[in-house]
Design a protein around this ligand. Structure first.
Ligand code: ATP
Ligand code: MG
Length: 558
């Protein structure tokens, strides 16, 4: 695999920059659960380190206590492990460095590179200027270092109200880069912190804390997303003013965007808080915990991240590619069984009452090592309602009156009668005959049928619930908030379909939570680990069998 970041690192290694070391970090803010976009960053940071015998740290960027929590920390750690990465003994928190960061700020003040500013937030904004107009110096910009030092110490000691004062870098109020117009480095925030309690009431801003945390940890390549490109001069400025041993190189790459998906944590939190989904791990969410519950494997997500690659230009990836990756993985590996989602009762008139045959059936047609199981066949069966039409159109080859079809691994059957509900006219039962000469599902006389149906037997199958999913949003780009239209306007009212009277093969009675199957002709399913209990089975459909990505790829010759 090559990309522009790997090129940079290869060059650095060749030049023996950083003494030939590669040290990266993944720096989540613990203010939400990880999503598939974070997976791209995790695979990149941990991947780069592994490829060059380097190290990758996990660092919680916990500088905003009002939005952060230990629940998020726990989930982030478990999601990274699940994805298959390990930070070893290098788990860090920006809050571990609060004292060091404070001392660095004192150094900046002493050097005349930072000052305490008493402007209100509105005034600061006003003084900042715009993209076309330079800013104005704050009236506090030239107060003495002694005065700023005294005020900064008293800010720390809790003498002042929130937003009454901030510490700002003294750079250039007329810089074309707005981030360089005396950015705020510290603010007063009287919110207890999940790790440091009420020890601090001033908190460092991201741009100040991030470069210094990277430097403290000896990071060589600090990889972040494109929106930080304009912050790089500030990243470098802070490190250049201070006497630090390590000055990491910030490199930006394009964040992952998926169609029909929102990826901002603020928006995901809103979906959770307003009950549009059942939680961060709702199988419709693009979070790692949601994808896991949906049935995604870590391999499929890593494979997806490898395929999309790393680039410097923003793009939107088709969610069909993600689905293609999980389908490819499950197609190879998981057992195939039969389940009927919307059962239609079928009575085989010429099959002896009370007789049960155990039909030997392989779990995987191409891979005998996946094993086999026995499926009970008896006089009363269920097939899928949609596999029968009384009055079939031309291209419908499944069951209809007088027609013969194959029951997978079992027999040929022919429909001889249709029973309907007297009131509704709805078909409630079929009567069929079977041909005993077709055991195993093939005819000895070479007779052909045009359809193979899946089925389960009435007395041996077990009840199950099934959840079918659609895109959470109806619009390809739900982030396009035109005018006052909110992204939630595009929520898909049909993103979840709950089926409660499904029937599955008896062998699934022993399925472990989280285990994955192909239900023949219906897709890949995963036994829900939250809602399946006490023998109640609930399956989530991970993905259908129809591969829309393969079609797109073929058309566009990808
Ligand atoms: P949001 O903007 O939704 O709050 P964030 O970028 O602030 O997300 P962080 O917890 O700060 O979330 O992200 C941790 C790391 O993951 C950062 O280095 C960030 O650049 C990266 N990251 C976040 N979202 C994506 C994405 N969609 N694609 C690739 N990397 C991402
Ligand atoms: Mg961030």
């Amino acid at each position: 695999m090559v990309d522009f970041i790997r090129d940079i690192i290869a060059e650095d290694l060749k030049a023996n920059k950083n003494g030939g070391r590669v040290h990266t970090r993944f720096p989540p803010e613990p203010n939400g659960y990880l999503h598939i976009g974070h997976a791209k960053s995790i695979c990149l940071n941990f991947g780069l380190a592994a490829e060059s015998h380097g190290l990758c740290n996990l660092r919680f960027d916990d500088t905003n206590p009002s939005k952060e929590s230990t629940e998020y920390i726990r989930s982030i750690k478990s999601d990274i492990k699940w994805l298959g990465f390990d930070w070893g003994d290098r788990l860090f928190y920006t809050s571990d460095y609060f004292e060091k960061l404070y001392q660095y700020a004192v150094q900046l003040i002493k050097k005349g590179k930072a000052y305490v500013c008493d402007l209100s937030p509105e005034e600061i904004r006003e003084y900042r200027g715009t993209l076309t107009e330079p800013g104005k110096d704050s009236p506090y910009r030239n107060r003495s270092a002694e005065e700023s030092l005294d005020l900064f110490e008293r800010m720390r000691a809790g003498e002042f109200k929130e937003v009454s004062r901030v510490l700002r870098a003294k750079i250039d109020m007329s810089s074309p880069n707005l981030n360089m117009r005396d950015p705020v480095l510290y603010r007063i925030l009287r919110t207890p912190h999940h790790r440091t309690g009420d020890k601090w009431c001033i908190y460092p801003m991201y741009d100040y804390a991030h470069c210094l945390s990277d430097s403290i940890e000896g990071i060589t390549h600090s990889i972040c997303t494109l929106e930080f490109e304009d912050h790089r001069p500030l990243y470098d400025w802070v490190l250049d003013q201070l006497d630090v041993d390590c000055h990491p190189q910030q490199i930006e790459f394009a964040r992952l965007n998926l169609n029909y998906t929102v990826m901002s944590k603020r928006k995901l939190l809103e979906l959770v808080e307003n009950g549009h989904v059942s939680g961060w791990d709702d199988p419709r969410m693009p979070t790692l915990s949601g994808l896991r519950r949906r049935g995604y494997t870590p391999e499929s997500i890593r494979n997806f991240c490898e395929r999309i690659g790393v680039a410097k230009r923003d793009s939107v990836i088709d969610v069909a590619l993600l689905e293609h990756c999980i389908r490819e993985d499950l197609n190879r590996s998981v057992p195939r069984v039969m389940a009927v989602l919307r059962p239609l009762r079928v009575v085989i008139d010429n099959y002896p009452e009370g007789q049960v045959e155990e039909l030997d059936s392989p779990y995987h047609p191409d891979d005998p090592s996946v094993g086999s199981r026995k499926i009970p066949f008896s006089r009363v069966l269920y097939i899928e309602q949609e596999d029968f039409l009384e009055d079939p159109p031309k291209k419908f080859f499944r069951l209809s009156p007088g027609r013969e079809v194959r029951l997978r691994y079992a027999y040929y059957i022919t429909c001889v009668d249709v029973v309907k509900d007297k009131q509704s006219g709805e078909v409630v039962e079929l009567h069929c005959t079977y041909d005993p000469e077709t055991r195993g599902g093939w005819s000895r006389d070479g007779r052909k049928v045009k359809a193979t149906l899946h089925w389960v037997s009435e007395c041996d199958s077990i009840p199950a619930g099934v959840r079918l999913y659609n895109h959470l949003f109806t619009k390809e780009n739900p982030n396009e908030e035109k005018g006052n239209i909110d992204f939630k306007t595009y929520l898909n009212p049909n993103s979840l379909e709950i089926l409660t009277s499904c029937r599955v093969e008896p062998v699934l009675a022993n399925a472990a939570p989280g285990s994955r199957y192909q239900f023949e002709r219906l897709g890949y399913f995963c036994l829900d680990s939250v809602d399946s209990s006490d023998g109640a089975l609930v399956f989530n459909r991970t993905v259908t069998l129809r591969d829309s990505w393969a079609k797109i790829a073929k058309k566009e010759k990808l």
